[in-house]
Design a binder for this molecule. Structure first.
Ligand SMILES: [Zn+2]
Length: 368
């Protein structure tokens, strides 16, 4: 998380949707409710805050996913025994209270396992909650950006991603390259949306504004973060969080000239564990090292090309002072709002080290 991260304004819609998911599940877990009670007439306040949301929810429940309606999933939950309903309700309360993990001391217990309900009921709950993301969010939530219920034209996935991108553009020019807030590399044409806490284990957080983080495809790939846990057995204290515990400027990139490698380290010892966990989660040191080496190789090629041109034109070879001046120009020309600014800055410092300058001369064949 090299760059500042803020929630886009349309998060009001996502927060309202998460509340709707919580209210629906609590209603389904009400001991007085059975499968036969889930009908359009019973979807009213206080189970659903407004008529617009009730109408939308009823339409949503008619949607088919993997050959079954979402209503059938809701009915499975409503038909659970009372003790199972209590288990799921308690789990929902703990998970929906995610913010308190970072804001309360000591934080409440975070459930590290799913509620102890039968597989069939858990799958039904999971599929229903994930459909809020896969189906509802893609086509449009029943809310305006500020969370006001709306029958049509509510916030959708594409609008959320656009809003996030616009809020995190480092350059106002729409044609400029965008930067991933996590790794500082290029965001790419089609950023992905990471569920910070894996939605497969915590499906209630499928459309939670505090849990969605647009990032580059590399960061979100299964070989890097993927669905890995972002807590240590339910304890979040050793972990950063994009919205509740941002590293700010506590991550420092250090290079090793011998191995041409970069290591992520912390500006303060108290943040070291968090930085290490973040590094392992995203393989940042390894990825930054790859970029460091690639850019080093490019700079080397540029200088070799210039050197060859001079030889072909029977001009005097580069002196060490000229190599130094060139590298200083490269450093001066670095743009903070371009991808990989941090890695390239470290590379420039490395290239300008005295010992490295001498090595450049050997690599360019300036000394025999
Ligand atoms: Zn990234």
């Amino acid at each position: 998380m090299l760059k500042p991260i803020n929630q886009p304004l349309c998060c009001g819609a996502l927060n309202a949707c998460r509340n709707l998911q919580v209210k629906l599940t609590h209603w389904l877990c009400d001991p007085a409710i059975g499968a036969g009670d889930i009908n359009v007439n019973n979807l009213t306040s206080p189970h659903v805050p407004s008529q617009i949301e009730a109408n939308w929810l009823w339409d949503f429940l008619q949607k088919i996913d993997a050959g079954k309606t979402l209503l059938e999933r809701a009915q499975t939950i409503a038909d659970m025994p009372v003790t199972d309903k209590q288990q799921l309700s308690n789990w929902i309360i703990s998970v929906s209270n995610l913010a308190s993990q970072f804001q309360q001391l000591p934080p409440p217990i975070w459930p590290i396992t799913r509620p102890a309900i039968p597989d069939r009921a858990w799958e039904a709950f999971k599929e229903l909650m994930l459909a809020f993301y896969k189906k509802a969010f893609r086509s449009g939530l029943p809310y305006l950006a500020d969370g006001t219920p709306v029958a049509t034209g509510g916030v959708n996935y594409a609008q959320f991603v656009d809003a996030f991108r616009n809020a995190h553009r480092l350059k106002p020019d729409p044609n400029a390259r965008e930067v991933c807030v996590v790794c500082g590399g290029p965001l790419g044409q089609t950023p992905e949306v990471d569920h910070w806490i894996a939605e497969s284990a915590y499906p209630l957080l499928s459309v939670c504004a505090d849990n969605l983080l647009p990032s580059c495809g590399d960061c979100n790939s299964t070989s890097n973060k993927g669905p890995k846990p972002v807590h240590s057995d339910g304890t979040f204290t050793d972990w950063f969080h994009p919205y509740f515990c941002h590293p700010n400027d506590s991550i420092r990139l250090v290079y090793d000239l011998q191995t041409h490698s970069i290591t992520a380290t912390a500006t303060s010892p108290s943040e070291m564990v968090k930085v290490n966990n973040l590094d392992k989660l995203f393989n940042l040191s390894e990825r930054w090292t790859r970029e460091f080496k690639a850019e080093y190789s490019r700079q080397q090629e540029v200088l070799l090309k210039r050197e060859r041109r001079r030889i072909n034109n029977s001009q005097a070879r580069h002196t060490q002072a000229e190599v130094l001046a060139h590298l200083q120009n490269v450093q001066d020309d670095l743009l903070q709002n371009e991808p990989h600014f941090e890695v390239h800055s470290v590379l420039c410092s490395a290239m300008l080290e005295k010992s490295r300058l001498a090595a450049w001369q050997t690599e360019l064949g300036l000394v025999s």
